[in-house]
Write a protein that binds this ligand. Structure first.
Ligand code: HEM
Ligand SMILES: *[C@@H]1O[C@H](CO)[C@@H](O)[C@H](O)[C@H]1NC(C)=O
Ligand SMILES: *[C@@H]1O[C@H](CO)[C@@H](O)[C@H](O)[C@H]1NC(C)=O
Length: 317
């Protein structure tokens, strides 16, 4: 009996992630949670593709500020919540909308049980799969945060001008390794960027950034002339913008990384071997991406009695 108990303990502990999350957290309290979230996400994806990159990026930005606790979802009447910061990322409204709809769907089955933070983590996985990316299990049990302030965003999100050391430093603060950082950057295989986020590479000096492929630089200058409409956004992966794949890394090898922070992963000889590996092996990239997403999902999580289970993702209870 003693031995059996001991083994059960080992099994339970082994199923726990870093942040004390578990995969089957809602097995007893809301068994259909994952299926309901997926159905809501798929419905939204079928309406607009933007759902996919918007939701994936929303998850990243949520986790890097206050931890993965849906703090990014809060709306403040004073315009001073996390999402209102000037770093606010130009987060696309479709990401917020996806989480709000999925949470509403889950609430209709099991009210007050599933956190917005978990809904966002599940939705981020579901959009990757919807874009043709790898399937993986999501650890659950996050509680929703009680703090969402624009003033706490600055300095916690990476800038597109960052070099490898700056990227590593910021990811390390979130317990993510260089390998995780490079794998997560592969999210830029999807989605859009506004011209001002990379214009410095084209226009800030008399020569165009030499790490840019010249033909690609021409295309970028044509799409983003100086003083372009600030609302113009272009695909970050010029080859397969709607597919979650390893072409992002092939682009880096070809000098077609959009941001300095993308291209530097290849031009810095320390990280170049990993980029080459991911460019050559979709399997290696997918495996590293899954590991990194699961780790990202444990960042600063609240569990147990911490935080709350929000009823409405955009407002504290
Ligand atoms: C490594 C450091 C990173 C930097 C410097 C960075 C920076 C940026 C910037 C500047 C944009 C363009 C925003 C705009 O102009 O609208 C962007 C878009 C995006 N980022 Fe990142 N990012 C990084 C890492 C990540 C990670 C880890 C993820 C997710 C796992 C991610 C997912 C995305 C997605 C999906 C978009 C497209 C958003 C859309 O189309 O709505 N990024 N990123
Ligand atoms: C982002 O921040 C800017 C400046 O702080 C603000 O004008 C804009 O409305 C914000 N965007 C969103 C989507 O919150
Ligand atoms: C990083 O890991 C340490 C040790 O496990 C933990 O105390 C800390 O909260 C983690 N940091 C984040 C941001 O998750």
């Amino acid at each position: 009996m003693k031995v059996l108990c001991w083994w059960l303990m080992v099994l339970v502990l082994a199923g726990r992630g870093n942040g004390q999350l578990v995969e089957n957290f809602y097995a007893a309290t809301c068994p259909m949670a994952e299926a309901v979230v997926k159905q809501a996400v798929d419905a939204k994806v079928s309406q607009t593709f933007t759902t996919i990159p918007a939701t994936l990026r929303l998850f990243f930005h949520d986790c890097f500020v206050e931890g993965c606790d849906a703090s990014v979802m809060i709306q403040s009447p004073n315009g001073d919540a996390e999402k209102d910061s000037s770093d606010n990322l130009s987060l696309a409204g479709d990401g917020f909308d996806t989480v709000i709809k999925a949470k509403e769907a889950v609430e209709s089955f099991c009210p007050g049980v599933v956190s917005c933070a978990d809904v966002l983590a599940l939705a981020a996985r579901d959009v990757v799969v919807a874009a043709g990316g790898p399937m993986f299990n999501v650890q659950l049990g996050r509680r929703d945060g009680l703090v969402s302030k624009a003033s706490r965003v600055a300095g916690n999100l990476p800038e597109p001008t960052f070099n490898r050391i700056q990227l590593n430093t910021m990811f390390a603060r979130n317990n993510l390794s260089e390998l995780d950082m490079i794998a997560l950057s592969g999210a830029h295989t999807l989605g859009f960027s506004h011209c001002n986020r990379f214009a410095d590479r084209l226009y800030s000096s008399s020569v165009v950034d030499p790490s840019l492929d010249p033909t690609y630089a021409q295309q970028l200058m044509a799409a983003c002339p100086q003083n372009v409409d600030p609302d113009i956004a272009i695909d970050m992966d010029p080859e397969t913008p709607h597919t979650f794949d390893n072409v992002y890394y092939q682009n880096l090898v070809a000098g077609k990384g959009l941001f300095t922070s993308d291209q530097v992963l290849f031009t810095d000889t320390s990280s170049q071997p990993i980029v080459n590996d991911f460019a050559n092996s979709a399997g290696d990239f997918n495996a590293a991406f899954i590991t990194a997403m699961r780790k990202l999902g444990t960042t600063g999580v609240k569990v147990g009695n911490q935080g709350e289970i929000r009823r409405d993702c955009t407002a504290f209870n």
